[in-house]
Write a protein that binds this ligand. Structure first.
Ligand code: ADP
Ligand code: MG
Length: 702
């Protein structure tokens, strides 16, 4: 697209001006280019012109005829004025009624030919006749002007108060007519040809004012070839940016770790179990990356409990053996604390130094300073902390490997920051949230990808059941039975305290109630407002089996590992998101015994919540659950590109356009492989930089 359009303010488009320009700005339209790419959100078919005598009540219909009367009628009761237009086409009469818009009268003259479009009603007094309230209208002139509001497939745009549909549509029509000749295709021809895409000009024209004969349903489902072409452009630029980032990192200089694996072999020898073949394969993939003289950028995905921690430890041992430090960062302090305890134990015999570095206030300042010194001097080999570790400016002597656990909130830009802090360390992102393919192609599209798709042997799927408040007795009996067998139970609440606003059952009240019901059991409470040390003590005590029932909020969502806990009750399960429920459920079923997850719901339960609970009962496959989650929540909420520091997708929808995304990714990576700096495509390069708004250092030299 010509550069001028992206800088041309809409204010100077015919019919806009400063006041309307402000309104357009609130719709996200500042420039002519932004207007061209602000597509209608739906379309109405107003092209079938009907004889008035054949009109159907309740239908959206369009008629053409001559004005036989145009008058203002005073409605004494409501002190209102009604403008009433009567139109005849020879077969009958139809009236158009506009309330409180007497000024419209001056637009119409008897004998003039007009088109009206609206929903057909009966006269409210007579119960017969044909009327439209606030119909769309258009004049039939003989200068051959195209119709904008009637007699065609009409675009409906999102608008804002102060700017009517009709005004906005007129603006768009003028704008497209003035600007379309400035639009130039910058997608390489061969890509367009290979994928049978129409040209950019036709695509914009037809996505706004579709040519007659276009299928209205395909337009309304975003499936017309012209709309798809525009969605493709957006996805293509998105993927092109990712491929530039990814390929750029691949040629960056990084550390070539050259260990012979002594520490890892020693570690494996002391392990109580054998790695699964998926774990072995993934570690090979990581090792391969680590040995190369370029930075690793890998996403490790694996369902809860598949054994990612062991892999992380093996990677850190490899780095340590080569004299480099590692950092493992978790999203919460409680998780970082647990990683620290677990990993500390795992590597006790290696002689390596490990420390926990969190922002929590119960670490003394002096202690923290001492830790900082030891990290800076290189005395500490492995640092466990939260995601804030990097932002807090902890200085490493030689950070060689950064592992980010359970991120989801750790985007491209944060990773870039991390990379700047150290000298291109290897980066491994681990996530237990299975990511639908479409998301891994976008949110994590700059990473290589490994998956542990196998659980350690002996795991049995958790039996999941749904209950309502009337069935609590059954749940209590089950808890009694389970604890009699010396197994432990989690009870999860959505909130710590009861508040009038939410009216939800809370963990504090829940704990008291459970203590009354089970006087012989040890019931304990853990939540995010406790001091980290207190939480740690409680978790340790639960792990030792000293607590029978652990009442909590979602602080136990990720990472907690107590194999003897075989039952989980989730109270107000309807309040939790799907991936959250899945994460929570992953806390049980880690030992050899059959585990249970009880979902307790309180009415009212929304349709979406019902679907979520249904899926939880039916499936234990994390990938399937993630796909469903994406479908229910829609890409907008799930996508989070902006948080991740990526451009927004305004047109494309990664669910609806999953196949297009696939194509866009393939084409983008192929193009960057062929012409890594897009030297043959200056317009595309320019468009790409604008789309990513400088977020990628495109084509940095040297
Ligand atoms: P993740 O972080 O992927 O959710 P963890 O690394 O916490 O999973 O492992 C879950 C549990 O499974 C831990 O108790 C761990 O010791 C155990 N585990 C890991 N790998 C294996 C294996 N190959 N065989 C048996 N148990 C394993
Ligand atoms: Mg984990």
């Amino acid at each position: 697209m010509g550069k001028n359009l992206s800088e041309f303010p809409v204010q100077y488009i015919k019919g806009v001006g400063p006041r309307r320009a402000k309104l357009l700005n609130t719709l996200g339209i500042k420039t002519a280019e932004e207007a061209l790419y602000s597509l209608p959100y739906r379309y109405e078919d107003r092209k079938n012109i009907k004889k008035i005598s054949a009109l159907g009540y309740g239908q959206l219909e369009t008629v053409i005829g001559k004005v036989v009367a145009a008058e203002i009628i005073k409605l004494p009761k409501r002190n209102m004025k009604l403008f009433e237009l009567t139109v005849s086409d020879g077969s009958g009469l139809v009236k158009g009624k506009w309330f409180n818009q007497p000024f419209l009268k001056k637009n119409f003259e008897v004998g003039q030919e007009v088109i009206l479009s609206g929903v057909v009603k009966r006269n409210p007094y007579w119960g017969i006749g044909f009327e439209f309230d606030n119909p769309e209208y258009e004049f039939v002139t003989d200068d051959g002007d195209a119709f904008i509001h009637t007699a065609r497939i009409v675009p409906i745009y999102r608008t804002t108060s102060g700017l009517s549909e009709r005004q906005l549509r007129t603006i768009m029509f003028n704008l497209i007519n003035t600007c379309i000749k400035e639009v130039h295709d910058h997608i390489p021809d061969e890509i367009l040809i290979r994928n049978n895409f129409p040209g950019i000009t036709e695509s914009i024209l037809n996505s706004h004012f579709p040519e007659s004969g276009t299928d209205i349903d395909s337009l309304n489902s975003g499936a017309s070839i012209y709309q798809k072409r525009l969605y493709f452009d957006e996805l293509f630029k998105f993927e092109l940016g990712l491929s530039v980032i990814k390929r750029g990192k691949e040629i960056d200089k990084g550390i070539a770790f050259s260990s012979d694996g002594v520490l890892v072999r020693k570690f494996l020898g002391a392990l109580k179990f054998k790695l699964t073949s998926a774990q072995q394969r993934v570690f090979e993939e990581i090792l391969h990356d680590m040995r190369r003289p370029h930075p690793m950028n890998r996403l490790l995905q694996g369902d809860v409990g598949c054994g990612k921690t062991v892999i992380a430890v093996m990677a850190m041992l490899t780095a340590a053996e080569c004299g480099y430090q590692s950092a493992l960062m978790a999203p919460t302090e409680i998780l970082a604390g647990q990683h620290y305890i677990n990993i500390h134990k795992m590597i006790e015999d290696t002689g390596l130094n490990i420390c926990l570095m969190t922002g929590s206030k119960n670490i003394l300042r002096g202690e923290r300073e001492a830790l900082r010194c030891d990290i800076a001097s290189g005395k500490i080999n492995i640092v466990i902390g939260t995601h804030a570790l990097i932002q807090e400016g902890v200085e490493f002597k030689n950070l060689g490997l950064a592992i980010i656990d359970e991120q989801h909130r750790f985007g491209v830009m944060q990773r870039a920051l991390l990379r700047k802090k150290a000298l291109n360390p290897d980066i491994l992102v681990m996530t237990a949230t299975p990511i639908p393919r479409t998301l891994s192609m976008t949110l994590y599209g700059d990473l290589d990808y490994s998956v542990i798709d196998e659980l350690p042997p002996g795991r049995r799927p958790v039996i999941t059941r749904l209950f309502n408040a009337g069935q609590k007795e059954y749940i209590y009996r089950a808890i009694a039975e389970e604890t009699k067998k010396c197994r432990q139970v989690y009870v999860v609440y959505p909130v710590i305290d009861e508040t009038e606003k939410t009216n939800l059952k809370s963990a504090i009240i829940g704990k008291e109630a459970l203590e009354k019901i089970f006087p012989k059991l040890k019931v304990e409470l853990i939540h995010g407002r406790l001091k980290p040390q207190e939480r740690e003590n409680i978790m340790a005590s639960f792990k030792k089996g000293e607590i029978d029932v652990l009442v909590s909020t979602t602080v136990i969502e990720v990472g907690v590992d107590v194999p003897n806990a075989a039952m989980m009750l989730i109270v107000h399960a309807e309040r939790f998101g799907l991936s959250q429920l899945h994460q929570l459920r992953g806390r049980v079923g880690r030992g050899g015994s059959q585990s249970y997850c009880f979902l307790l719901m309180y009415e009212p339960v929304s349709e979406d919540a019902k679907r979520r609970l249904d899926i939880m009962v039916k499936s234990s496959d994390g990938f399937k659950i993630a796909e469903e989650d994406l479908n229910i929540r829609g890409p907008g909420e799930f996508f989070g590109t902006r948080q991740a520091g990526m451009p927004d997708l305004k047109l494309a929808n990664i669910i609806r356009d999953a196949r297009l995304l696939d194509t866009a990714r393939k084409e983008a990576f192929a193009l960057i492989d062929k012409d890594s700096e897009l030297n043959s495509f200056p317009d595309l390069k320019n468009g790409l930089e604008m789309f990513w708004k400088g977020k990628i250092e495109l084509f940095k030299t040297g």
